[in-house]
Design a protein. Structure first.
Length: 635
């Protein structure tokens, strides 16, 4: 070596010429020089797929320049900038093109990500679990340093590389993009970046707070033509998938478009949705006016009905006839007015807008042949659906406007209630309707009435928070119950338990024998829903969910009301199952009205869409795809 040669050159020559395995030295040292930030020997070993002992063997020769830690898990120190410039001096015969080193590091990063990335990498217990509830120790144990480096810096190495990487990038994106999004943020260099950024912008809040929603909500509610989602079909959850025509699957989403959203936020979205008794037809009403009927099976709109002016603004409710052939619609924008359409024939049947009275309430008879209307002129009217022509009976007796009518489930009897708190029982079994009993409760408007399953009892709820239990045979009051808040709905079970919903969103279970409240539970949105028991009497079902009645606990504190089905969170941002958040609803899909039937969730959305979700085997919600093919192997 020449004596006048610079000391740094002599040191470099000393380093290089000290090794027989020059390629390994180049890969280790030049890779360390090109790292975005230093990593430990352990991470560098995994990144380069070279044993730790070999890494130490090559790195230790740099001890004259920097201190090399003996612990493989301590980060290596930064190498001096001048040393880096010296090693990459193009005039040096053993130098390596930095672009080649970065290309090798891109491949190494992708190999590491393909090895370690997987859905639910931290093993969260629920799809809706908040990131804030995960201990940092768990995150650190599940996401190693080398994976953090690869996820964070592979794009930086790609930028510094001049070698075409399309052949390895596309397979990686197709197989691992969603997993990578679970770990880190995207950058600006790849062909799919535009859609990836849109995906992030649309869902950043939920990805940040509940990362596992990448594999459910983000996939479910992405646009149909989203290329990122098309490339990530492997990640579709088996418990909630898109249904295709003619192919039965465990879970589906359908979006029935067609309602226009009204610009004023006060009137945005849909007002009412209903499903026919056989669950074949969905009816929806938009605040802009039209009522639409959809074939649930083939997702096609089968009918659109309009009225003049804005009469359908503020649709109050839908009622399908028991046979599903008629649809009764109430609007409360300018008094209570009823329209009837034939679902069977797809045509308009009748409206009552030209009458001098308005119908405040109505119900179908058991055989769907008659509609019973309670009117504001104190008259109960029965209208024949067979003739579509006129009224069969006009019944007098009430001294104030009608507000409730209800039909017996086992006979031709029905009841009508008014604003003075009076209820009349009627018998319609003959050619003429006869009055059976006049039931005098408190001087408070009737807000609801329901027969027991055998028709022997009638529960009448009043505005003063009382419920009167009447014997329909003799017209005697058997019990009086007092609840703590305004009453929403009442239902009988077959064993004469009484379920009561209140406006403060509580469900109460009462014994009609001794008049005691057996149990009470709060449940989102139940205060505005009609409640009823299922045929077995073991479940209370309503448009916002269901509660199961379970045996008393060990302390004997009475039957338990347990959330055992699907529901909406209080803020309507989540679909829940047994109280567990499972599916986040993006803003356009958050409902203004809804109904839930078993595993089917129907949402009337702020966007003007009707969205139908059908859920499958919920045991699969904790399962995530594991068969992602390996993309990279050691050369």
């Amino acid at each position: 070596m020449e004596q006048n040669e610079p000391a740094s050159n002599r040191k470099r020559h000393l380093i290089i010429r000290s090794f027989d395995s020059l390629p390994i030295f180049q890969e280790v040292v030049f890779s360390a020089l090109c790292l975005v930030h230093p990593v430990s020997v352990s991470s560098l070993s995994t990144l380069l797929d070279i044993p730790e002992d070999t890494i130490f063997e090559q790195i230790n020769i740099l001890r004259p320049i920097v201190d090399i830690p003996q612990d493989a898990h301590e980060p290596l120190p930064s190498l001096p900038i001048k040393f880096k410039e010296f090693m990459f001096d193009p005039d040096y015969e053993y130098t390596v093109d930095p672009a080649f080193v970065h290309d090798n590091l891109v491949t190494s990063c992708l190999r590491v990500m393909s090895k370690y990335l997987k859905p639910n990498i931290c093993g969260l217990s629920s799809p809706g679990q908040d990131r804030s509830t995960i201990p940092m120790e768990k995150i650190s144990s599940c996401i190693p340093e080398v994976l953090i480096y690869a996820c964070t810096n592979w794009v930086a190495h790609l930028q510094a590389s001049e070698t075409a990487t399309g052949n390895i990038m596309n397979p990686f994106l197709e197989g691992y993009l969603l997993c990578w999004l679970e770990e880190s943020e995207f950058n600006h260099q790849l062909p799919l970046v535009k859609n990836a950024l849109k995906l992030l912008y649309r869902n950043m809040s939920i990805i940040d707070s509940n990362p596992l929603q990448l594999y459910s909500s983000v996939i479910m509610f992405a646009p149909y033509d989203d290329s990122i989602i098309r490339l990530s079909t492997w990640a579709r959850p088996r418990w909630i998938t898109l249904r295709r025509k003619g192919v039965p699957e465990d879970c589906s989403r359908q979006i029935f478009e067609g309602h226009d959203s009204v610009p004023n936020d006060k009137f945005r979205g849909l007002k009412a949705v209903a499903i026919s008794p056989d669950q074949s037809i969905i009816a929806s009403a938009g605040l802009a006016g039209p009522i639409k009927l959809w074939d649930f099976r083939n997702e096609q709109m089968i009918q659109e009905t309009r009225t003049t002016g804005c009469a359908l603004l503020h649709v109050g409710e839908f009622k399908f006839s028991p046979d599903g052939n008629l649809l009764l619609v109430f609007s409360h924008s300018s008094g209570s007015v009823a329209w009837i359409w034939s679902v069977k024939y797809g045509r308009y049947v009748h409206d009552f807008t030209e009458q001098e009275w308005t119908a405040n309430t109505a119900a179908f008879s058991r055989d769907s042949k008659t509609i019973i209307m309670g009117c504001d002129d104190y008259v109960v009217r029965r209208w024949s659906t067979n003739t579509y022509y006129g009224f069969v009976n006009e019944l007098m007796g009430h001294g104030s406007a009608l507000c409730v009518v209800t039909v017996s489930p086992v006979s031709d009897s029905f009841a009508s209630g008014d604003y003075d708190g009076i209820v009349w029982l009627w018998d319609a079994s003959g050619s003429d309707v006869t009055s059976l009993h006049k039931l005098k409760g408190p001087d408070a408007p009737v807000v609801g009435a329901v027969f027991s399953p055998n028709g022997k009892l009638l529960a009448v709820s009043h505005e003063d928070k009382t419920i009167y239990i009447w014997d329909t045979a003799v017209g005697n009051c058997l019990k009086t119950l007092t609840v703590t808040d305004a009453i929403g709905s009442v239902a009988f079970s077959r064993n004469n338990l009484l379920a009561v919903s209140t406006r403060d969103n509580n469900v109460q279970l009462w014994s009609t024998e001794d008049g005691t409240c057996l149990q009470s539970r709060n449940f989102p949105h139940v205060g505005t829903c009609k409640i009823e028991f299922d045929p077995s009497g073991s479940q209370i079902i309503f448009d916002a969910g269901q509660l199961s009645i379970q045996a008393p606990d060990d302390e004997g504190s009475g039957p338990q009301l347990v959330d055992t089905g699907f529901a909406l969170s209080k803020d309507t941002r989540w679909v829940t199952w047994r109280g567990e958040k499972i599916l986040w609803l993006p803003s356009p899909f958050r409902p203004t009205c809804w109904l839930i039937r078993g595993s089917t969730v129907v949402l009337g959305c702020t966007s003007g869409w009707v969205t139908v979700l059908e859920f499958g085997d919920m045991r699969l919600r904790h399962e995530y795809p594991t068969k992602i093919p390996p993309l990279f192997t050691r050369r």
